[in-house]
Write a protein that binds this ligand. Sequence first.
Ligand SMILES: Cc1cc2nc3c(=O)[nH]c(=O)nc-3n(C[C@H](O)[C@H](O)[C@H](O)COP(=O)(O)OP(=O)(O)OC[C@H]3O[C@@H](n4cnc5c(N)ncnc54)[C@H](O)[C@@H]3O)c2cc1C
Length: 412
Amino acid sequence: MIYNITMKPLTIAVIGGGAAGLVASALLTSYENCRVLLFERNDRLGKKLSATGNGQGNITHRALSVDAYFAQSALPKSKVARMLSLYDDDSVCAFFQTLGVLTDTDVKGRVYPSGRQASAVTDALRFSLGKNVDVRLQTKVTWLEKQANGFMLTAETQDGVCHFFADYVLLCTGGKAAKNFGTDGSAYALAEGLGHSRTALCPSLVQLKTDVKAIRTLKGIRVADGGVTAYVNGEKKATLQGDIIFTDYGVSGDAIFRISAYIADKIDKGVTLSLDLLPRYTQEELISAMRNKRERFPELGFCELLGGTLNNQVGRAVLKTVKDGDIPAAAKAVKAFPLTVTGTLGFDYAQVTKGGIPLDETDDTLQSTLIQGLYFAGETLDIDGACGGYNLQWAYTSARIVVDALIEKIGK
Ligand SMILES: Cc1cc2nc3c(=O)[nH]c(=O)nc-3n(C[C@H](O)[C@H](O)[C@H](O)COP(=O)(O)OP(=O)(O)OC[C@H]3O[C@@H](n4cnc5c(N)ncnc54)[C@H](O)[C@@H]3O)c2cc1C
């Protein structure tokens, strides 16, 4: 079947009804000069967006900075900083307020919809789509072809293979992380088919596999608000605090997810973690507490000396790694428990993809430098953010940058 829809108004094909595609479509809906064709392979829009922030939707962060973003190719910092300054965290909040969604900021600077429901964010975007947005669900775009006056899209639909024509294309098909939300990485082929390259892909915001010898007995135990420092080939990359959960494959928990953003793509270079299992106490305080305990209870075995200070099993596991009776070494191991990272749990468990279409294959408006009329937004580009709302912020910022450029072209 062929749908010919290149008559005026101009047609913009938005491929991917996730965070970036929904924001772009919501913004374009007030421009009657254009018709938006929003393609989504899933049976509903914003499936991943509705699951963000443990279902609460951490939509941005108050400490917005280009330093919270990474890339596999060189990150063009000034380009990204300029975009973020045009559409920042205040801008996200103001935008959602226009859609009837108020926001709250938690003590860590993370911003959520005040009702703490990510699905409400998706709904607000969905409800805002006007008549000029034609939503095509269960429509997987499989090929993109540049033609003299626009683009031809080939898509798998419930009615079989269909072709669509559009004047402009916004490709915002996400990355390869969490394929249960429709993002299996197959959509990079749409850009590659038009000559774009793609950097190596790697899961981020993900659990880490480690050498498990020393932690085999600790499966399921959580260290609340522990410290974690990551080193690559001996060089310190990041240090932060949060929950650490021991698992049968390595470590999980909020602190691990967050630190993975700094090292997940560097594991082949040699990554080690140093866990601070008791950040509220210094090594000296710990030595003194252990010595006092040994004097007070001389009958206690060395392996029991950390009971009451750490979870018993964690304490025993730590003490097993040092020489019997060596209290200073034990205190040091509590403050800097070493783990060698051997991998990640992979794309299926990751929240974000590192890598994608290099930003230097786009101009300042995120238009392809190879194909006029083709734009990119969101995670499909080679840029990924730290944990805490930075990825949804990028989806929003990049979508707005593209919409500004499109409106400039099609006229108000
Ligand atoms: C469980 C989870 C929790 C997260 N929590 C947060 C959080 O709290 N804060 C934060 O900032 N980030 C969070 N993220 C990351 C964030 O959701 C993503 O970075 C963001 O959604 C990317 O937006 P996007 O529009 O680029 O891609 P997506 O939101 O992934 O949307 C891409 C869409 O394109 C569709 N698609 C793909 N290929 C095709 C095709 N060929 N044809 C048609 N449609 C196609 C997909 O089905 C998908 O709906 C989380 C991610 C996960 C998985």
